[in-house]
Design a protein around this ligand. Sequence first.
Ligand code: ZN
Length: 478
Amino acid sequence: MVRKEEREAKLPPKSNFSEWYHELLKSAEIVDVRYPVKGMSVWYPFGFALRSHVYQIIKELLDVDHYETQFPLLIPETEFMKEAEHIKGFEDEVYWVTHGGRDPLDIKLALRPTSETAIYPMLRLWIRSHADLPLRIYQIVNTFRYETKHTRPLIRLREITSFKEAHTAHATWEEAAMQVEIAVQRYIEFYRRLAIPCLVSKRPSWDKFPGADYSIALDVIMPDGRTLQVGTAHLLGTNFAKTYEITYEDEHGEQRYVNQTCYGISERCIAALIAVHGDDKGLVLPWRVAPVQVVIVPIIFGEREPIIEVCRSIASTLAGRNIRVRLDDGDERPGAKFYKWEMRGVPVRIEIGPRDIKNNAVTIVRRDGVRKTLPMDERLVDAILAEAEELQSVLYNRAKEFMDSKIKLVSSLDEARSQVQSGVARVPWCGSVECGHALEDQVGANLLGEPRGDEIPPMRCLICGKESTGSTYMARQY
Ligand code: ZN
């Protein structure tokens, strides 16, 4: 665990985002980066509890019509090397197991960088006829990538500990395309429950998943204006089905290739959660995922025991309604306790002192700073749950306002260059690959792709000057 004096090292202001982020991961006990392998870190129990609550939401959203499963970590080289484009996309990042004990292996084994090549040879065996379709499975596993770039906890890792990858197979391309859309909607809903608004765009052809027809991505704008890709959904079509010979017999007895999709979310969702909502005092967590939802801090004046007694009784009432409550009756001063639990993002703090007991009321302080007096009777639990809802919408609205303030439609390269220094530029673009590459070179940022939904009024592509209603987001990416 983090020692007390380390924990109380001062958190830099959030305006200094990079230092703030690293210090907060430690102070709030999310992950410990001191593990002696670069790019691999350890979840603290508090961080892991947060992770579990967040992933519970993904599971709920998928379990409606997906089955959870688990495939092996090791993939034989012979399977891994089958799909040419896929290999090209990953070959520089794969860790290989070459020995068993002292014996060299006949066939090298890859540590999965993602699991298409582990799962699809099995789908070939599982899928026989149209009655087996659609097939929707997912797993939440660790994956490994030999990152040569600068690693960053929860964001750029050599061991991705919490990769939720879903894989589906369908009879037709259209059904698969529909599934990609459904996946994107589920992901938007997942982030909405974390009070995080996202940008959704179709990645340009040169940045799609290796082996996909196209990729849709969700991005979050981080406090420094750079974007973090926090979810992707890929239409694979029949590309992998042809390589792995995944076929089904249709109603007329003919063998056809299945059409596939895959979509994933990693612990980057936790990085986004921390970065989007956190403040100068530490984490700010939505009620649903907070490991501790309510902390009760007794304010002792005079006799201790009667106050503690009331606190215990309230704690047990809350626990009886499945609220994750902690009574902090330790010896620290109240101020030190406030500091500690604010750092951990606890949504609601209850303070109970002699005066509250006399007035039959409790003082609550929401993590967004709102302070209220609530009745200390049977109405208390519902009043607290209402505060939790209120906090959720405050967080979402605040995040949405921030996101909107960071996006600007630009009409010149100069304007685009300046905008990507602190946010996302929406850039008129004719859609051609040449102009796309030229934009990336000349603006010095990545092209995230075409925003979905709203069109812009006709403007001229900043490279070729052709009039177009097309545009792309551009940003510096994590
Ligand atoms: Zn153009």
